[in-house]
Design a protein around this ligand. Sequence first.
Ligand SMILES: Nc1ncnc2c1ncn2[C@@H]1O[C@H](COP(=O)(O)OP(=O)(O)OP(=O)(O)O)[C@@H](O)[C@H]1O
Ligand SMILES: [Mg+2]
Length: 244
Amino acid sequence: MSNISESSILLSVQNLEVSYGPVQVLWGVTLSVRKGHVVSIIGSNGAGKSTTLNAILGVRKVGRGQIVFKQEDIVRQPPHERVKRHMTLVPEGRQLWPKMTVEDNLLMGAFPSTLRKDAVPNLSRVYDIFPRLKERRSQLAGTLSGGEQQMCAIGRGLMAEPELLMLDEPSLGLAPKIVDEIFEFVRNISREGVTILMVAQNVNYALRISQYAYLMETGKITLDGPSEKLLADDYVQEAYLGST
Ligand SMILES: Nc1ncnc2c1ncn2[C@@H]1O[C@H](COP(=O)(O)OP(=O)(O)OP(=O)(O)O)[C@@H](O)[C@H]1O
Ligand SMILES: [Mg+2]
């Protein structure tokens, strides 16, 4: 990636180290995300994928390393400052407020006060992308189907007008047909110009919709490259795509 101009890099993470108490789980993680790309992080359970996204958003404390977003080192900024700069995370497990309506959940995504004035147009944009959420706007989020909950979680993320949208396992626990639908939404959001950094257990899908990918194993990036290259890689095929 050495001949890519600095300005086309939206996010650059350098030598990230994160520990839970005495246990170090990220070891010098370095990755970058080009503006307009979908980038995926793949890897098995416990590899450190969620920890990486949480550290980028700032909800997980970083021991060492640099996080440069839009040419600015944000590593010491609290999460709400990072959201204000237009990055957001749709967390693993969706984390909706089950007793609140779909619409109130969406509005919670516009929490930095600078975003509130645009909440109405942003809401209608989210409803354009997810018509099903519009139909169910007054329904309690806890009563939505799994796929609808995922749509609601992504929609809430979009309320923060992200330039960088991070998605942690958007397809987890969903039926194959719904997984298709969710990835189609991800593709459409990317086509609207939102840069996406995504963790996905569905490696096949992740590599098919992303342009670039990182393989993470026990807290380290062990392989990276254009997604089609990883898709064709013998080791990835064997260890993550179940071919022999
Ligand atoms: N709150 C925590 N306290 C202590 N250890 C943690 C905590 N959260 C995660 N870990 C540990 O950190 C390591 C990385 O976890 P992480 O959740 O980042 O992995 P992951 O790649 O997202 O896995 P999965 O695919 O299962 O979601 C694991 O060994 C995990 O047990
Ligand atoms: Mg995880």
